[in-house]
Design a protein around this ligand. Structure first.
Ligand SMILES: *Cc1c(COP(=O)(O)O)cnc(C)c1O
Length: 372
């Protein structure tokens, strides 16, 4: 059996360090808003190249808190619009609607499956306040055109960086490209905690202060509340785990790149579309992708899934139902988003993880190549 992502095996690599970190927190008697969180926030900010990092409860909250922060600062108000890719995980959209803002769904680019930046301008209205980009599957979604657009129309750019920690665009890391970014450390993400957690990064000091307060009941000074906040904080024990694992993220991402390169060079099956890569840069040095997911496309997806499963290979679909077709979002369902809908029928994610063995990677290729 080749598992999609063996979390036990990943964390076993660091078991001693993780257990030591846990013991330290347990023995300290201090479990929230302490030294561990402070240290991880400083290390994350420095790794990303952002002025501020704020630990929060999870990735969804990171995005919710950024938008709520802009509302508290008077930069957005209820009913304002946020441009967002239609092809994304539901959490991106939930963060927008949770704040009474309106998601404006834009189709993906047909080669990257990320937001098609060339379609953004035609969706702008007098109520547009922000563009939320998602570095989906770990692939950077960024361009100079995007920053020009944002400047021209006075829009904030928010990065959903849940899937792309460590990715970089011309040497600048995702999470430091836009005005603010949300991270998820859900156990299955490239930097995974041993439970839920997330973070916000930004160079905007005002926003950083408001987000920090909002995640702590809206309070800057204990028992004095400036905002109607939430309780969304990063636990000391998760921060301690994350600080251990942050040291290894570049090596892990590099192993993911090796596996992705092998797949790209060895899978050849008629009708299977492999992820696009930049032909001008050597694959393994190609920093614009951290391969959180290796997503292929096939018009015979369901048969291919069965073929892989019958051969003991675990695969997943990200995602089988796009947000606008979810029951929860009937108000978005009237629009037709043809490419997003086609992707939901045709995509399939192959196993990729830092602990996959070479022979497993070869087996996956052979299995797909034997599909008729
Ligand atoms: C995982 C994920 C989130 C949400 O993160 P959680 O920590 O699970 O709340 C948001 N956006 C994207 C694109 C994700 O993949």
């Amino acid at each position: 059996m080749i598992s999609f992502l063996d979390l036990r095996k990943i964390n076993a690599l660091y078991a001693e360090e993780l257990k030591e970190a846990a013991a330290k927190v347990i023995d300290s008697g201090w479990y929230l808003l302490g030294e561990q969180v402070k240290r991880f926030e400083a290390n994350l900010a420095s790794y990303i190249g952002a002025d501020h990092a704020i630990g929060v409860g999870n990735g969804l909250d990171a995005l919710r808190l950024i938008l709520r922060g802009y509302i508290e600062l008077g930069i957005m108000q209820e009913g304002d619009e946020v441009i967002v890719p239609a092809n994304t995980y539901i959490a991106t959209i939930l963060a927008i609607t949770d704040n009474g803002l309106k998601p404006v769904l834009v189709e993906p680019d047909s080669t990257t499956y990320n937001l098609d930046i060339s379609l953004v301008e035609r969706h702008l209205t007098s109520r547009t306040r922000a563009i939320m980009v998602v570095h989906l599957y770990g692939r950077v979604c960024w361009s100079e055109e995007l920053t020009r657009l944002a400047e021209k129309h006075g829009l904030k750019i928010i990065e959903d960086n849940a899937q792309a920690i460590g990715a970089a665009w011309h040497g600048r890391k995702t999470g430091a490209l836009g005005d603010a970014a949300g991270f998820s450390f859900y156990p299955g993400k490239n930097l995974g905690a041993l439970g839920d957690s997330g973070a916000v990064t930004t160079n905007d000091q005002e926003l950083a202060e408001v987000v920090r307060a909002l995640g702590n009941y809206g309070s800057r000074v204990k028992y004095y509340n400036d905002f109607k906040g939430l309780n969304s904080r990063l636990d000391e024990i998760q921060a301690a785990f994350l600080d251990v694992k942050l040291k290894y993220i570049d090596a892990e991402n590099q192993r993911r790149r090796e596996i992705a390169r092998y797949y790209n060079e060895h899978i050849s099956s008629p009708g299977v579309v492999l992820p696009a890569t930049d032909a001008e840069t050597p694959f393994v040095d190609y920093q614009e992708h951290v391969w959180h997911l290796y997503v292929i496309r096939s018009s015979r997806r369901d048969a291919l899934v069965r073929h892989l499963q019958d051969n003991g290979i675990q695969v997943l679909i990200h995602y089988p139902v796009p947000p606008h077709q979810q029951r929860a979002y009937q108000e978005l369902g009237a629009q037709s988003l043809a490419l997003t809908e086609a992707l939901s029928r045709e995509v399939l994610s192959l196993p990729v993880s830092p602990v996959m063995e070479d022979h497993e990677v070869r087996e996956v290729c052979a299995c797909i190549n034997s599909f008729r």
